[in-house]
Ligand binder design. Structure first.
Ligand SMILES: [Zn+2]
Length: 87
């Protein structure tokens, strides 16, 4: 039986095939998988345009604002709104 109490955890990013990054949380000692955490929204990367591959935290505010008014992708709009409300 596994006697590890899994109190000391480690987190690291894993990029999925669809390009989405999640944070994998596992036990430092026994390596048991604990859970997936969504990537912090400030690290969400644009997948198009002149800021392709750039995390939201490094994209100029004016451009984010422009996207809000000119882009129809619900997922993108949701991420930008969340980011702006937290920063
Ligand atoms: Zn453990």
């Amino acid at each position: 039986m596994n006697s590890c109490s899994c109190v000391e955890l480690i987190e690291y990013p894993v990029v999925f095939k669809n390009g989405i990054t999640h944070i994998r949380v596992e036990c430092v000692e026994c390596k048991k998988f604990i859970k997936w955490k969504p990537q912090p929204v400030n690290l969400f990367k644009l997948w198009f345009g002149i800021y392709k591959g750039v995390p939201l935290q490094n994209v100029p505010y004016d451009y984010l604002n422009w996207l809000l008014n000119n882009h129809s992708n619900k997922k993108l709009i949701g991420k930008i709104n969340k980011y702006l409300s937290e920063n």
